[in-house]
Design a protein around this ligand. Sequence first.
Ligand code: UDX
Length: 454
Amino acid sequence: MDLHQHVLVVPCPAQGHVTPLIKLAYSLAYHGIKVTFANSEFIHAKILDAMSDADKEQCPIRLVTYLDGLELHPDQRTGPGLMDSLKKVMPDNIEKLIKQINQSDNREPITCVIADLTVGWSLEAASKLGLKQVAVWPAGPSCLALALHIPKLINTGVIDENGSPIKNELIRLSEEFPVMDSSELMWCSPVTAQKFLFDISLAIKQATENASIVLCNTFDELDSSSCALIPNILPIGPLPLVKNLNPSVGTFSSQDLTCLNWLDKQPSNSVIYIAFGSTAVFSQKQFNELALGLELSGHSFLWVVRSNIVNGSSPEYPDSFLERTASRGKIVEWAPQEQVLAHTSTSCFFSHCGWNSTMEGLSFGIPFLCWPYFWDQFHNKSYICDKWKVGLSLKYDEDGIISRHEIRTKIDCLLNNDEIKTNGLKLMEDAKKSVNEGGSSYENFGSLIKYLKA
Ligand code: UDX
């Protein structure tokens, strides 16, 4: 009987991290690698809840759990509390998990750990047990390049030892990088979380330097200058275009599929899709402006409104907004995003520019309206608008609000901009080439499989 190489895949317990790692896991399984996928118990329960019976029956990977250390403090499972706990417990808990798996499965023991760089300390367990180690960076390569450049930024007086910009100036890592404002460095947004985000950036830098391979959901032609600054990077994306993946598995909420029937009934290229990922939140005032901006635009829209989108709780819509827009608006709690972006009725993507959303929009050649919220999303916005020129960004007014008028104006500008549409379609073609036989990501994935099977 053929024995398989066996990898343990470990994502950071957040939607934007589980999504790409589960796709990677499915793809490895398709290539004959045995995959065990480890989530914290809390996330595991959410994923199982959202999976259909068919998904469970056909799941080609084994889903297992580890403890995140917050069993007695579940209220701390967001932000700094979670990361502090994971840092403390993950090396031991992942080591225990590997030993347990190997005891019960001694014919095919784990030979490699593939871990998200954001929880790079799970690779410590692999190192201790003498296993192969592969890291995954679920965001864009420019942000990783930036993390690797932290010492240089300190030495040249751009930031201090805590990551604070010393001067309010424009920064550029090299000629090919878009210029960015120092306040938009990924650890500076939002400024209240700077220490926490800077510490994470330093841990990511350390884990990158320790890893022999860093997989990234990008393709070389998209941002070769950032990739060139990361010696061990292996771009294998865009994952949304890699064949044989099951996009519905790994979500924390059930997808509302009724929006696909609704899209089928709309004219081609007529619907604005609005979705801000899994964590972005708005004030009630800003939420109202967004609703009124969509109404003012006069276009049809499909809007993902999570139940916690207004400062963690349910939003209230402006008076009679739902009635006034009922004939041209569809609101869902969680959409099958990739299918929506691939749908011919979708005209543009109003997005927070999370990296998965960015790669998904690029994969289907959709123009972006960018409204970044935190962390890497400001960098992604700069690439979308200034380097690839496939989108537009919005301006805050003097009260720190993006007004309904700004939203309406930018939607009009975006939908009338042929250059942006052409650039998007060109990038989509490049992306397809990269994952098809002979393309750069296709070849890189082949190298990964060779490494794992060696
Ligand atoms: C987070 C960070 O915000 C992001 O910047 C980082 O790069 C990864 O982790 P998140 O905010 O959730 O992720 O955004 P994003 O990276 O875009 O991931 C969201 C995922 O949820 C996407 O794969 C998207 O397709 C999916 N999604 C979103 C749905 O399936 N349905 C929805 O309705 C909305």
